[in-house]
Write a protein that binds this ligand. Structure first.
Ligand code: IMP
Ligand code: MG
Length: 182
């Protein structure tokens, strides 16, 4: 699997350091208002691994929610669709959406609209990666791990046709892999 990688953009060590820094930033934002209650909403499947690491850097009480959205077919963005709704009540709670990557913003626009309609006390977004050339101004992300180049990346939860999520580093696949039918 690692031999399918063309190059590594972000190593597992860089990811681990940055995730802890994000944890500190997020803790500063919410820890003072712990009583109000934070619900961290993970957008599956891509942010599964990121969220698992991030929440262990947050040393205060919180709840978890899951929402499943699907958009990409191979390396082409499609219309995002909600596969599974949020099953927990977030009315009057602080909500932090956690996603793997902010690309065109279509996915997070849909998720943010859904959550805003549920009446949270506040709504913020944390993404591990952002492609700055494309991320639109109307889809805010208050916490961003890394701004990356405009390439299709895999690893640390990010997939190509559902493969490579289990790679510990984030990188770009060899061109011939994208041509295979995985
Ligand atoms: P957006 O809706 O275009 O912002 O894309 C968001 C979703 O598409 C992410 O949550 C990912 O699941 C997927 N995605 C976007 N860019 C990439 C990429 O470079 N690699 C893998 N998945 C991606
Ligand atoms: Mg995703």
């Amino acid at each position: 699997m690692e031999s399918d990688m063309d190059r590594i953009l972000i190593s597992r060590e860089q990811i681990a350091r940055r995730v802890c820094e994000l944890g500190e930033q997020i803790s500063e934002t919410y820890a003072a208002d712990e009583q109000a209650g934070l619900t961290l909403v993970t957008v599956l499947s891509g942010s599964l691994i990121f969220a698992a690491d991030l929440i262990r850097c947050l040393p205060f009480r919180m709840k978890l929610g899951l929402i499943t959205v699907s958009s990409y077919k191979g390396t082409s963005p499609g219309q995002p669709s909600l596969i599974q709704q949020l099953k927990v009540d977030v009315r009057d709670r602080h909500v932090l959406v956690v996603d793997d990557i902010l690309d065109t913003g279509a996915t997070l626009r849909l998720v943010q609209a859904q959550l805003a309609a549920a009446g949270p006390k506040s709504l913020r977004t944390c993404v591990l990666l952002r492609k700055p050339d494309k991320a639109p101004a109307d889809v805010p992300a208050e916490f961003v791990g890394f701004d990356i180049e405009n390439s299709f990346v895999v690893g640390y939860g990010l997939d190509y046709n559902d493969h490579y999520r289990n790679l510990p580093d984030i990188g770009v696949l060899k061109p011939e892999v994208y041509e295979e039918k995985l």
